[in-house]
Design a protein around this ligand. Structure first.
Ligand code: HT7
Ligand code: ZN
Length: 866
């Protein structure tokens, strides 16, 4: 498997101004005729460069011609995914006919079938599975596409742009031609053909353009499209208001498909969505699901500018569009819901999963320098850390200058394929600032650590903060240079009064900041709002953390202080557990939580965030060496202790939040439900019958999936095994025909921490609702067990590891992208005790010894074993 390097980038020698495609979609095969208008790139001096087209090795080439002249096999070279033609004229038309087998395409890249409908996924390199093409993001072309198919089976025929012509072809076949006036790279091409139902609406842009909004899904799901439609309209309005960006075609389409490797895809004018990111109905979708739909619909819409109008020069620049777009969707969600809660969720994801990626064998900079398989680089680092990098630019420049920078970026590069340097250059131009040091965020991997200490002189009233930054080595990067970052902070007096609030800029390895006229020793509130994606080490006392939890004016840091305190206590219980000492839950924690729980003036969503203990995954990420058993034991002990000590308060909070109001998908109602279900989870931990009854009642009487599923999972994961089994069966009976609900059903069982977990998931893998060809089902069952049932996945005998490796080997032949993604938990083997590490390593080695691994799995396995 070959490695591609950023430093080897060369501009394309040949450009394609127009691409005309004709798809004959049939049951046994699809014929694709592509006509490309090719011309030499005037910016490349050497006009004798061969024309290089990418095309999947397995794709059948039926005919190839230049200006009508058929090429024989001796006229071109075809090897490993590439077709080269020497001595071509400066301008010509290339015609290429390929024959595809979409119904046999289980990789879900290129053209494939999902539940009987044809659809495509071309990012990153799927177009080369459709036809031979310079399938690289810096070759942008205008597409005209004709789809021909049986009218009864496929009444709906869609592609990018606007429909410009249609007709009947006889023998029950019909055709539609679509024209997309905006030049685009091939990764943004899409088609859909199927028997689909439609929800239609319209939108008038700020400048008065009428846009038809169409969301397509299977007929049975038509009642689940309203929330996505509303989210789309909100996103369109928001992008006009906040970024001054309008939509640019007459139609905006979204299609829901059940077989999809990721969440959704921003194809120009024709987004294709995983059903899990577009369908939403109170009865079948949880609050988390609603929020996901809102966020992903907005994300794909925002790509129309940050991704489509201005795209990436090469795949190393992926974060140019993904980091920026995640930042945009996060700000949108913050504006639509609770800003602080959104920030807490994002910071938690970063600290738990992205920091782990940064510390693992697949660690890479936001702009990677090399890859074997680009699909492996759609990562938390590129997306989430990339978004944090854009957020830091926003913080450093302020929102006005940032908006000017974004305007300039879009104006300078509209219609171009550019780099992260171009993005930063626009920010430099409007601010007059030198951001060259800042760009290290794009080139250096790893999570920086800020070590902060302070001194206070009570005679002079001077307070001094010393900040040291460092960053551990990562693969291929031994030494790191200091970063430029914003450190938002405040100083609080012992009684909680705020003495200072502001934002420091860090640039040096070690810096001192002095504050004068400080009347008494202050408590620093550091890294407010998680102003940089770093780890923070400051030796807070317990009292200081509890004071910040009570009084910090920054909501994020209030929550964070509480979390830091809990982490400290949990780590102490882990130590006790290992030493065979009794574990303890101190009274200070109980009273602090009582205070939060009984303060009805606090936002329920925030209280719920504060009263959730750090997850086992986060505690793992924080550990020097991960002790799965001690983490599980300490956390479970603490949860049980808090459940018993605050039983009355949990009940009161439950009752306060259980308003009896009909379901609403707004932030306040979601917040109440989250606190209510958290309270129920603690009540259930007491093991008392009345709370089982309460949970059962909630299960039976709730009018929404959030409450029903919460009750189900609490009972199913409890010691009340019989009732748990009964509810699981009832749930199955009620929802067996709703695929997305069945994913939840699988997921609840896969994450059940009670004994016998592996046997349960093994049995579920042969259950009729499970389908190993469907990525959502695989994620529910396999990731549900391996990533959300850590105690059992890491069973001492290595059975969890072996089960996962069996799956990876089986899936790799079918869907390499999914196989490589599911592999992640095994890549972290070096973080565990010697015995577990050896067992995990052995499974990786077993995979490595297997012939014909895909590039996807090979890259992850080989880098993990280094
Ligand atoms: N830009 C989209 C990426 C994507 C993707 C990548 C690899 C394999 C399958 C995929 N499906 C979608 C999604 C996004 O970030 O908006
Ligand atoms: Zn994206």
């Amino acid at each position: 498997h070959e490695t591609i390097y950023l430093e080897d980038y060369q501009p394309p020698a040949w450009l394609i101004s127009h691409t005309e495609l004709r798809f004959e979609l049939e049951e046994e095969h699809t014929l694709v005729r592509a006509q490309l208008s090719v011309r030499a790139n005037p910016a490349v001096a050497d006009k004798r460069m061969p024309l290089e087209l990418f095309g999947d090795e397995a794709m059948e080439l039926c005919r190839l011609s230049i200006d009508g002249q058929i090429l024989e096999t001796c006229d071109y070279q075809r090897d490993a995914g590439c077709l080269r033609i020497q001595n071509v004229p400066e301008h010509f038309t290339l015609e290429c006919v390929t024959r595809l087998l979409p119904h046999e395409n289980t990789a879900l890249e290129g053209l494939y079938k999902s539940d009987g409908m044809f659809c495509t996924q071309c990012e990153a390199e799927g177009f080369r599975r459709i036809t031979f093409f310079p399938d690289r993001p810096d070759v942008m072309s205008v597409f005209r596409t004709t789809l021909v198919a049986d009218k009864a089976r496929y009444p709906v025929l869609l592609s990018n742009g606007n429909p410009v012509d249609n007709g009947e072809d006889g023998e029950g076949r019909h055709w539609v031609t679509w024209d997309d006036p905006w030049p685009k790279p091939s990764y943004l091409f899409a088609l859909v053909a199927g028997d689909l139902a439609l929800l239609e609406d319209n939108y008038t842009t700020l400048s008065g353009r009428e846009v038809a909004l169409r969301i397509y899904a299977e007929r049975k799901d038509l009642d689940k499209l309203d929330y996505a439609m509303q989210s789309l309209k909100n996103a369109m309005r928001w992008d006009e208001g906040v970024y001054g960006r309008e939509y640019d075609l007459d139609i905006y389409m979204i299609v829901a498909v059940d077989f999809f490797n990721m969440g959704a895809m921003e194809n120009k004018g024709l987004n294709i969505f995983n059903t899990s990111c577009v369908l939403a109905h109170p009865k079948t979708t949880t609050d988390l699901g609603f929020q996901r739909v809102e966020g992903v619909v907005a994300h794909e819409y925002f790509h129309n500018w940050s991704g489509n109008r201005v795209t990436c020069r090469d795949w190393f620049q992926l974060s140019l569009k993904e980091g920026f777009t995640v930042f945009r969707d996060a700000e949108f969600s913050a504006d639509m819901n609770s800003r602080t809660v959104k920030r807490i969720e994002d910071a938690t994801l970063l600290r738990t999963a992205q920091f782990a990626e940064d510390g693992g064998p697949m660690a890479h900079p936001v702009r990677p320098e090399s890859y074997m398989e680009i699909s492996n680089f759609y990562t938390l680092t590129v997306y989430e850390k990339g978004a944090e990098v854009v957020r830091m630019l926003h913080t450093l420049l302020g929102s006005e200058l940032f908006r000017k920078g974004s305007d300039l970026y879009f104006e300078r590069h509209d219609g171009q394929a550019v780099t992260t340097d171009d993005f930063v250059a626009a920010m430099e131009a409007v601010s007059g600032r030198d951001l060259s040091q800042f760009k290290r965020w794009y080139s250096q991997a790893g999570t920086p650590l800020l070590t902060v200490s302070d001194q206070y002189d009570e005679h002079t009233g001077e307070y001094c903060l010393n900040v040291r930054q460092s960053c551990p080595p990562s693969p291929g990067q031994e030494h790191k240079q200091p970063y430029h970052m914003p450190l938002a902070m405040g100083l609080l007096a012992e009684d909680g009064a705020e003495l200072y609030a502001g934002c420091l800029e860090l640039t040096g390895e070690e810096q001192q900041f002095r504050f004068t006229d400080i009347a008494s020793r202050p408590v620093p509130s550091l890294l407010r709002g998680f102003s940089a994606p770093v780890k923070l080490d400051y030796q807070y006392s317990d009292a200081q953390l509890l004071m910040l939890l009570r009084h910090d004016t920054d909501g994020f840091n209030r929550w964070d202080a509480g979390q830091r305190f809990c982490i400290r206590l949990l780590q102490e219980q882990m130590r006790r557990y290992r030493a065979g000492e009794p574990m303890q839950c101190p009274d200070v924690l109980i009273s602090a939580w009582r205070e939060l729980l009984t303060d009805a003036s606090l936002e329920p969503a925030m209280v719920a965030q504060c009263l959730e203990l750090p997850s086992e995954a986060q505690l793992s990420e924080l550990a020097e060496q991960i002790d799965v058993t001690a983490i599980h034991a300490a956390r479970e002990f603490m949860r049980a202790a808090l459940a018993t000590a605050l039983e009355q308060e949990w009940l009161q909070a439950y009752q306060r939040c259980d308003t009896g109001a009909a379901y609403a998908a707004d932030a306040a109602s979601m917040g109440r439900r989250s606190l209510k279900n958290l309270a129920l989870s603690y009540l259930m931990l007491t093991g008392c019958e009345p709370w089982l009854e309460l949970a059962r009642q909630q299960y039976e009487q709730s009018d929404n999936m959030t409450d029903q599923l919460a009750a189900l999972s609490l009972v199913a994961h409890s010691g009340f095994r019989e009732t748990g089994a009964e509810l699981l069966q009832a749930f199955y009976q009620q929802w067996q025909h709703e695929a997305l609900v069945m994913n939840q059903w699988l997921s609840v069982q896969a994450s059940d921490p009670t004994p016998g977990a592996l046997a349960r998931v093994q049995a579920l893998s042969t259950h009729p609702v499970f389908d190993a060809r469907n990525p959502n089902k695989l994620r529910a069952l396999i990731a549900g067990f391996c990533a959300r049932n850590l105690f059992h996945f890491h069973a001492e005998d290595g059975s969890g590891y072996e089960w996962l490796a069996d799956w990876i080997l089986q899936l790799d032949r079918r869907n390499p992208q999914i196989a490589a993604r599911l592999l992640t938990p095994l890549t972290r083997w070096k973080r565990y005790d010697t015995e577990r590490a050896a067992l995990m390593q052995a499974q990786l080695q077993r995979m490595m010894d297997t012939a014909e691994l895909s590039a996807d799995v090979y890259e992850v396995v080989s880098k993990s074993l280094m």
